[in-house]
Design a protein around this ligand. Structure first.
Ligand code: SF4
Ligand code: SF4
Length: 482
C-alpha cells in the first residue's frame, strides 16, 4: 500500500516510530478492557435481524390491558377460505370461468349472496388483468430489477441439480426457453448491484473474485448432475467469477462451543442468500450456481474468500475476516456475469498466527499444528488433521461439530470500535509487539477449560464448553429431565 492510499491508518514505516506507544497502549488498562467490552456490546451484533438491539423492541408492559382491543358484538363464526379468502376465491373463479359452465358450490351461493364481489372478480379477470399484461409490455422494463429482486427474495432453497453445469446453471423461462442476458452498464455498476442485492438478501459480507481453478475439486464433491462423477471435473468456462457471501453464527451459542453452537445456524442463512443471488443473476439472463453445504460444493471456499478480499486464512484453517474474525459461514455463487473484482487484503494474520497459537492450544483433538506451515498442493499453509478433528466431532455430545478454534480465536469478536481498533493496530505493527500483547491479554484474562475437559465424562472430560451457554439453551432450566 502506498503512502497516498493509506488513508487515516498508520502505515508500517510510520508504525515503527509509534510502536512503543502502541505497545504501551496494548499493555495498558484501556486495552485490558478490550476483551470484556468486545464481548458485551449489544450494538456490535452484526448483519442479520435479531432482538439484541435494545432499541428494537417497544416497551409493551405499560400498555397491557385485560381484554384484546377488537370488539365482539354477537355470535361468531369462522371464515370459509374457499370464498372468503380473496386469493382462493379468485383462483376458483378463474378456473370455473375457463371451464365455461355454471358456477359450482360454494362459489354459486357466495355470489348469490355477494353480487358486488362477482362484479369485482369479473372486472379483474376481464379487464384489469388483460390490461396489466398489455401495460407490462409497454412500461414493464422500468420495473425489471424490482421484479427480479422480488422473485429472488421468494427463492429459499436452490433448485435441485439434475444436469451438468453447462445445462443446469443457465436460466430458462417457465416454458424452458433460454433467457437472453440483459445489457448491463459495465462491470463496476454490475458489481455494485450484485453486492447491494447480496446484502439485501441477508449477507453480512460479500466479495467478488475471478475463480482460480486451483480451488475447484478435481472430482465433483457431491456428484450431483454429473453424468459420470468419476470423470475429472473440468472447470466450466462460465464459472469465471465467484461471489462469496455469508453470515456469522449467533454469538452466544458460538462462544459456548463445542456443545451449544451450530454451523447450521449461519450456513442455513448463507444457503438462502446464495440461492436468492443465483435466482437474481438468472433473472438477468446469466448462468449462476450456488455452492453450499449439503447441496453442491465443488469448491474450496476459504481461498476463494481470500481472493475476494474478505480476509486471510488462520492457523486453524478457517477464514479470518476483520469484521467477524472466524465467525463467518460462507457460500459461493459462480457465474460469468461481468463484474469488477475485489482485491485481497492483509490485516496481519500471518504474523499474528505465528505467535498466537491459541487455537492449537485449545483444540481437544490436537488437529491444529503448533509448527510452521507446510506445502499442500503447491501452496504454503498450516496443516490441519481433518480426520482427528472429525473424530472429536463424532465422539463428543451436543451439536454436531466443534468450532472451538473459531470461538477461541482472538479475531472472533463482535465488530465494535475496540475490536476494529485492535485489528488496525496489529495490521500496522511490523514489530509483533501488539500481537504478543493482545495474545497475552487473552490468555491471562480469558482462559478456557483444558482441552481434555471438552470430552464427555466417559472419555475423561467433563462436558466443558468454552463459555457458559446462553439461558435459552440450558435444557435443565426448561425441560424436566427426571
Ligand atoms: S473444530 Fe475443534 S477439533 Fe476441529 S480443529 Fe477446531 S478446535 Fe480442533
Ligand atoms: S487462534 Fe491465534 S493462531 Fe489460531 S487462527 Fe486465531 S489468531 Fe491464528
Amino acid at each position: 500500500m502506498s503512502d497516498s492510499d493509506s488513508g487515516t491508518n498508520p502505515n508500517r514505516r510510520d508504525f515503527i516510530k509509534i510502536a512503543g506507544v502502541a505497545s504501551a497502549a496494548a499493555g495498558g488498562a484501556g486495552l485490558g478492557m478490550f476483551g470484556y467490552a468486545a464481548g458485551q456490546d449489544p450494538a456490535s451484533y452484526l448483519g442479520w435481524q435479531n432482538q439484541e438491539g435494545a432499541s428494537l423492541i417497544f416497551e409493551r408492559k405499560h400498555y397491557e390491558v385485560d381484554v384484546p382491543t377488537y370488539e365482539k358484538i354477537g355470535p361468531t363464526s369462522r371464515p370459509d377460505a374457499r370464498v372468503e379468502n380473496i386469493f382462493d376465491r379468485r383462483g376458483s373463479f378463474m378456473r370455473q370461468l375457463r371451464s365455461g359452465g355454471e358456477f359450482e358450490e360454494p362459489l354459486k351461493s357466495y355470489y348469490e349472496k355477494h353480487p358486488e364481489d362477482l362484479e369485482l372478480d369479473r372486472l379483474s379477470a376481464e379487464e384489469i388483468i388483460p390490461k396489466r399484461m398489455a401495460d407490462e409490455a409497454e412500461y414493464g422494463d422500468r420495473f425489471f430489477l424490482s421484479q427480479a429482486w422480488s422473485d429472488a427474495m421468494g427463492a429459499v432453497g436452490p433448485d435441485p441439480i439434475d444436469s451438468p453445469p453447462e445445462e443446469n446453471d443457465f436460466p430458462r423461462d417457465r416454458r424452458g426457453t433460454p433467457i437472453e442476458p440483459v445489457k448491463l452498464k459495465g462491470p463496476e455498476m454490475t458489481a455494485r448491484l450484485i453486492k447491494k442485492l447480496a446484502m439485501q438478501f441477508g449477507s453480512t459480507l460479500v466479495g467478488i473474485t475471478e475463480l482460480n481453478p486451483d480451488w475447484v475439486y478435481a472430482y465433483p464433491l457431491r456428484r450431483r448432475g454429473f453424468e459420470n462423477p468419476d470423470e475429472p471435473l473440468e472447470v466450466p468456462e462460465h464459472w469465471k467469477y465467484a461471489i462469496v457471501v455469508g453470515t456469522p453464527m449467533s454469538w452466544d451459542p458460538m462462544y459456548a462451543n463445542p456443545n451449544y453452537g451450530t454451523s447450521n445456524d449461519a450456513y442455513s442463512r448463507s444457503r438462502i442468500i446464495a440461492t436468492r443471488l443465483e435466482a437474481f443473476i438468472k433473472a438477468l439472463g446469466y448462468p449462476a450456481r450456488t455452492h453450499i453445504p449439503g447441496n453442491s460444493y465443488d469448491l474450496m471456499v476459504p481461498p476463494i474468500a481470500i481472493d475476494a478480499g474478505l480476509g486471510q486464512q488462520g492457523r486453524h484453517g478457517v477464514l479470518i475476516t476483520p469484521e467477524l474474525g472466524s465467525n463467518f459461514r460462507p457460500a459461493v455463487v459462480t457465474t460469468n456475469i461481468p463484474m469488477k473484482t475485489d482485491r485481497p487484503i492483509d490485516i496481519g494474520v500471518e504474523d499474528f498466527c505465528k505467535h498466537c497459537k491459541i487455537c492449537a492450544e485449545v483444540c481437544p483433538s490436537g488437529s491444529i499444528t503448533m509448527e510452521g506451515k507446510v506445502e499442500v498442493r503447491g501452496y504454503r499453509r498450516y496443516a490441519i488433521d481433518t480426520a482427528k478433528c472429525l473424530n472429536f466431532w463424532m465422539s463428543n455430545l451436543g451439536n454436531m461439530g466443534c468450532r472451538l478454534c473459531v470461538s477461541a480465536c482472538p479475531y472472533t469478536r463482535k465488530a465494535n470500535w475496540l475490536h476494529k481498533s485492535a485489528v488496525r493496530i496489529t495490521a500496522a505493527d511490523p514489530t509483533g509487539l501488539s500481537d504478543r500483547a493482545l495474545t497475552g491479554l487473552q490468555k491471562s484474562f480469558y482462559p478456557g477449560p483444558d482441552p481434555e475437559d471438552y470430552y464427555i465424562p466417559s472419555l475423561g472430560g467433563d462436558n466443558a464448553s468454552y463459555r457458559e451457554p446462553p439461558w435459552w439453551l440450558r435444557t435443565e432450566d426448561f425441560i424436566d429431565l427426571g
